[in-house]
Write a protein that binds this ligand. Sequence first.
Ligand SMILES: Cc1ncc(C[n+]2csc(CCOP(=O)(O)OP(=O)(O)O)c2C)c(N)n1
Ligand code: SF4
Length: 247
Amino acid sequence: MQPIMPKSWNMESKPHKFCPGCGHGLVLKALGEAIDELGIQDKVVFGCDIGCSLLSWDFFNCDSVQTHHGRTTPTIAGIVRAREDLIGIAYMGDGGGYAIGSQHLVNAAVRNEKMFVLLVNNTNYGMTGGQMAPTTLPGQKTETTPYGRDVESTGNPTLGPEMVAAITGEGAYVARGSISNIRQLKGYIKKALQNQIDKKGFSFVEALAGCPTNWRTNAKDTWAFIEKDMAQYFKVGELKTPEQKEG
Ligand SMILES: Cc1ncc(C[n+]2csc(CCOP(=O)(O)OP(=O)(O)O)c2C)c(N)n1
Ligand code: SF4
């Protein structure tokens, strides 16, 4: 029996390198299926960041590039400026997008670059062992917040899509999905890609995802954390569509 995989995936790099139960695999499956359904595999340039997202450097049968924290955004922006016929995707974690490389996300969003940023929010720095990220929930224990995140001293968790929706211009698409509703997440990713086919503006999707290795959770507790704790703070839904008029 053959497992069903998106056509745009590179079969030679499967089984993939993420930990068992990691959310990255599900987000990348939704992305692969969206690419297949839109028939854009030959036009996609896929960029991945530093962090566990880099384990996707050979994930797709598409032109791919891997860069430093958050720098995937300006790299892909440059590629699609030079080659307007291409569909640029920058794939990253919350550490890369909201902390170490946040300036790149902010400036690309302000410029309404014709590119798609897909950001995985797993509330921690996965690759380096589970340190606090900008998305770590209040009171959440991590390697660097052993008594729970104190928002008095570290601020509140970053609401990325809300920020991007506020700073992008007309034509942008912004949404937050979750691996707990993969059909909806794929729908958001498809709309974000369609916005790039139409070249209307910046596209941004945050995906709520699990990191069971650093959360030290079993399957049941991983889903409970995503569906209850995370979804309570990070509201799933569309925040901006290209049809929306400014003002
Ligand atoms: C400038 C710099 N600071 C720190 C690091 C170490 N580092 C590598 S991956 C990483 C965390 C990435 O976390 P995130 O972007 O949330 O992705 P995840 O691994 O959770 O998918 C850090 C801090 C680095 N590579 N470069
Ligand atoms: S450390 Fe976390 S984010 Fe990284 S591959 Fe493992 S489960 Fe996924």
